[in-house]
Write a protein that binds this ligand. Structure first.
Ligand code: SF4
Ligand code: SF4
Ligand code: SF4
Length: 248
């Protein structure tokens, strides 16, 4: 039986999620034995138009990106958005809070009007094409990447947590960051990172995006208990696509 053909592509991103794949170290060798990697700019020079699974890292930020992502979708049976940039737009969506001309001038100065530096408001991959699976996080958890790929190879639907970070945080018996007067976004953000930030002593700032059905009422109750306001929470929701989130 032939192995599934996998291609990995990048758009606007820091490539940190691809680095997380490489960081799988020994496990990456096991995974690579189970698939046929036909294109991966970060790791090989070969290219291919023939693949079963396309993995896209990065956001769509230019008109030509849109054409490219449509082409990738047309060739792939399964399309995976890898990391916050691809799955939700990630930090790249910060730019959408500004005028695009201003953004170009800020970054490129006198060259801002050159045609190849054209840019438009950032989009997540699923704002252009259908995405079959999303691997969340900035960066992704590489164990989750391995789990998703293994599930797909077994013909199963990968499990993506649809409960909030607080669940994992409480299981670790962390002292809640709200106790320190910090506006942790755990109640409304998708779990799957093992509450990485609160466990390390930081608030969750939302890199895995909003959980599908955030318990907004419970979040309001928590805020009231800690004398924090809805505005406090909203101002902390800027980094990872605040405009997509629930109205609190
Ligand atoms: S999601 Fe974060 S780590 Fe991954 S490519 Fe985007 S900016 Fe980099
Ligand atoms: S709000 Fe943050 S620190 Fe508090 S329980 Fe939830 S994830 Fe943990
Ligand atoms: S705790 Fe929040 S910000 Fe930190 S890794 Fe998890 S989802 Fe991302």
């Amino acid at each position: 039986m032939s192995k599934p053909r996998v291609a990995i592509f990048d758009f606007a991103c820091c490539e940190g999620c691809q680095l997380q794949i490489v960081n799988l170290e020994e496990e990456i060798l096991d995974l690579i034995n189970l698939v046929d990697v036909v294109e991966w700019r970060e790791a090989m020079s070969e290219q291919s138009h023939d693949y079963d699974i396309a993995i896209i890292e990065g956001s769509i930020t230019r008109p030509e990106d849109e054409k490219r992502v449509l082409l990738i979708r047309s060739r792939a049976k399964i399309l995976i958005a890898l990391g916050a940039c691809a799955a939700t737009g990630g930090v790249n969506k910060l730019k959408n809070n500004f005028d695009m001309k201003e953004v170009r001038q800020c970054v490129y100065g006198k060259d801002a009007d050159l045609p190849h530096l054209d840019t438009y408001p950032t989009k997540a991959v699923d704002e252009i094409v259908e995405v079959d699976y999303k691997i969340h996080g900035c960066p992704i958890e590489n164990s989750e990447f391995a789990r998703v790929i293994r599930a797909l190879l077994l013909g199963k639907r990968p499990m993506v947590p649809d409960y909030p970070v607080c669940v994992e945080c409480k299981a670790k018996e962390n002292v809640c960051r709200w106790e320190y007067g910090e506006t942790c976004l755990g109640p409304i953000i998708r779990a799957g990172c093992g509450a990485r930030c609160p466990t390390a002593g930081f608030r969750c700032f939302g890199c895995r995006g909003y959980v599908d059905n955030p318990n907004v009422e419970a979040a309001r109750e928590v805020m009231a208990k800690y004398n924090l306001t809805e505005e406090d929470l909203k101002t902390r929701m800027v980094l990872f696509g605040s405009k997509q989130g629930p109205t609190l």
